[in-house]
Ligand binder design. Structure first.
Ligand code: ADP
Ligand code: MG
Length: 256
C-alpha cells in the first residue's frame, strides 16, 4: 500500500461489510459488501430507502453486530464491541430517564460509563447542555420539555461522552416539519462550534443535502453502495444547486 500523505487518515473505515440476520427460518442479508470511509469532522450521511440496511450498518459501527464479511475499523483498530468512542443518538424521544433532570441525565451517562465522576461529570454535563442551548432547563425534568428539546438533551448526552464519532439514526424523523428544520439548523450550528464527526442516517434526500458534507447512496434491500457524493455548502441551500443535486440523487436512487 502506498501512503497518501495529502489525505487525512480515515477516522472510520467500513471495508466490504456484509451484514446478515439469522432468524429461525430465514437468513436476511441487510447490507452487501459496503465500503466507505469517514474522515474527521465529516457529516457523513447514509441515505437510502426504508429497509436498505442503514440502521443495521449503524448497529455494526456501534459494535452491536459483527459483519459476516469484511470489517469495520475505528482509527485503524477493528471494531468488535460497543464503546464510548462511538455514541448513538436514537430517534425515540423517551430515551431520557424521566426521574432525572436534564443535567442529571447527561451526568449519569458519564458516571455510569466511568467517563467522569462527581464534580467533573456535573461540569462537563453543564458545558454540553449550554452548547445545545438548554442552560435554562438544566434542572428541568424531561416531561417539561418539548420533543425537540428532549432530542437536544440526547445529543448533549452523546457529545458529553466526547466520542470519536456520533451515530445518529433518523434523529429528526418523528418531528414536525418546522421543528425538524430548526433541529437541522441547530445541529449545523453545533457542528460549527465543535466540528464533531457524525454519521447521520436519513431516508430524506432533502435532509441529506441540508445536513451532510458527504452522502453515501445505498440501493434497496440488500443495501449496496450506489454512489458517494459531496453535498453542497449550507449557503447554497435554496439555490439551483440544491434542486440540481436533489434531482441527481433522485435519478440515481430510482435508476435500475
Ligand atoms: P433501514 O434502517 O435502512 O430502514 P434496517 O437496517 O432496519 O433498514 O433493515 C435492513 C433489513 O434487515 C430489512 O430487510 C429488515 O427487515 C431486516 N432486519 C432488520 N432488523 C432485523 C432483525 N432484528 N431480524 C431480522 N431481520 C431484520
Ligand atoms: Mg432504520
Amino acid at each position: 500500500m502506498h501512503s497518501r500523505p495529502e489525505l487525512p487518515q480515515p477516522l472510520l473505515a467500513v471495508d466490504g461489510v456484509t451484514l446478515q440476520y439469522k432468524t429461525t427460518d430465514h437468513l436476511v442479508t441487510a447490507t452487501y459488501r459496503v465500503d466507505f470511509e469517514v474522515l474527521p469532522s465529516d457529516r457523513y450521511i447514509l441515505l437510502g430507502p426504508s429497509g436498505c440496511g442503514k440502521s443495521t450498518l449503524l448497529k455494526a459501527i456501534g459494535g452491536y453486530m459483527a459483519p459476516v464479511e469484511g470489517e469495520i475499523r475505528l482509527k485503524g483498530k477493528k471494531v468488535t464491541e460497543p464503546g464510548p468512542d462511538r455514541m448513538m443518538v436514537f430517534q425515540e424521544f423517551d430515551q431520557l430517564l424521566p426521574w432525572k433532570t436534564v443535567k442529571q441525565n447527561v451526568a449519569f451517562a458519564l458516571t455510569a460509563s466511568g467517563r467522569a465522576n462527581g464534580a467533573e461529570a456535573t461540569d462537563r454535563a453543564h458545558h454540553y447542555i449550554e452548547k445545545v442551548g438548554l442552560a435554562k432547563f438544566a434542572d428541568s425534568f424531561p416531561h417539561m420539555l418539548s420533543g425537540g428539546m428532549k432530542q437536544r438533551v440526547s445529543i448533549a448526552r452523546g457529545m458529553a461522552m466526547e466520542p470519536d464519532i456520533l451515530l445518529m439514526d433518523e434523529p429528526f424523523a418523528a418531528l414536525d416539519a418546522l421543528t425538524r428544520r430548526k433541529m437541522q439548523d441547530e445541529l449545523l450550528q453545533l457542528w460549527d462550534d465543535t466540528r464533531f464527526t457524525v454519521i447521520f442516517v436519513t431516508h430524506s434526500i432533502e435532509e441529506a443535502i441540508r445536513v451532510g458534507t458527504r452522502i453515501l447512496l445505498l440501493s434497496p434491500h440488500p443495501g449496496q453502495v450506489k454512489a458517494e457524493l459531496n453535498s453542497i455548502a449550507p449557503d447554497e441551500i435554496g439555490t439551483p444547486s440544491q434542486a440540481k443535486l436533489e434531482a441527481r440523487i433522485n435519478d440515481m436512487l430510482f435508476a435500475k
